[in-house]
Write a protein that binds this ligand. Structure first.
Ligand SMILES: Nc1ncnc2c1ncn2[C@@H]1O[C@H](COP(=O)(O)OP(=O)(O)OP(=O)(O)O)[C@@H](O)[C@H]1O
Ligand SMILES: [Mg+2]
Length: 225
């Protein structure tokens, strides 16, 4: 199994009144074909870690490699293109664009990855069908339920067939039944060329992953489920 993401001596310090060392020399390898849950108390650094892996934030020191290629954190343009093509991100709050309907929210992500409009629209329709939303294409985010919004977010995250899906408490604001549906839909997106990392406080979902990762004192402790 290939190591798709490799973290080496990864540190993150937030410089504030008092420097806050959140991630401390993390060394970890994530493999394709697996789903990882990321647990740990509030403030333990889960979102911080996901923001580094999604290249939204920069580490204080240390390396991130994707498929053995080292990320240059100073090359924002290249990293934005890399993210569009390889990383799908899902947040707790849906993060959809409020002035665009479900179909537009998904196909804009395809356009951002350099695809033509016709292709982007057709593919978005197919993916929205896959997540059970064919009858909600023209609904704006404020005309969708919480679960439907997360389905659109999943569709948007997978439209460019990313190798990596990062989800930060994707079911955190949903009721139990909807959470289970969204988690099942997310889990279905793992394939041999893709890995998923999801931060969660829900041990029931964590136990359904391949590995449970716990943030302990700024580091990752891994358990094979
Ligand atoms: N931009 C920032 N500047 C300063 N401190 C920050 C910043 N972002 C996060 N922190 C601090 O870093 C620590 C880790 O935050 P993080 O959001 O990664 O926690 P988390 O594990 O995701 O928590 P939760 O489960 O509540 O989402 C927290 O103590 C937080 O206050
Ligand atoms: Mg968080």
């Amino acid at each position: 199994m290939n190591n798709l993401i490799e973290l080496s001596n990864l540190n993150k310090i937030f410089i504030a009144k008092k420097n806050l060392r959140v991630l401390k020399k993390i060394n970890f390898k994530f493999k394709s074909g697996k789903i990882y849950s990321l647990m740990g108390p509030s403030g333990s650094g889960k979102s911080t870690l996901l923001n580094l892996i999604s290249l939204i934030d920069k580490p204080s020191s240390g390396l991130i490699k994707f498929n053995n290629k080292q990320i240059d954190f100073d090359n924002n343009k290249e990293n934005d293109i890399f993210r569009s093509n390889n990383i799908g991100i899902i947040y707790q709050q849906d993060n959809l664009l409020p002035d665009f309907n479900a179909l537009e929210n998904v196909y804009l992500a395809s356009l951002a990855a350099g695809n033509k409009k016709d292709f982007a629209i057709n593919k978005s329709k197919k993916i929205l069908k896959l997540v059970g939303l064919s009858n909600r294409l023209d609904h704006y985010p404020n005309e969708l339920s919480g679960g439907e919004k997360q389905r659109v977010s999943i569709a948007r995250a997978i439209i460019n067939e990313p190798k990596i899906i990062l989800a930060d408490e994707p079911t955190g604001s949903l009721d139990k039944k909807t959470s289970e549906e969204i988690f099942a839909l997310l889990k279905k997106q793992v394939n041999s060329n893709r890995l998923i990392i999801f931060a969660t406080h829900n041990r029931f979902f964590a136990k359904k992953s391949d590995y449970i990762l716990e943030m302990v004192d700024g580091n990752i402790k891994s358990t094979n489920v």
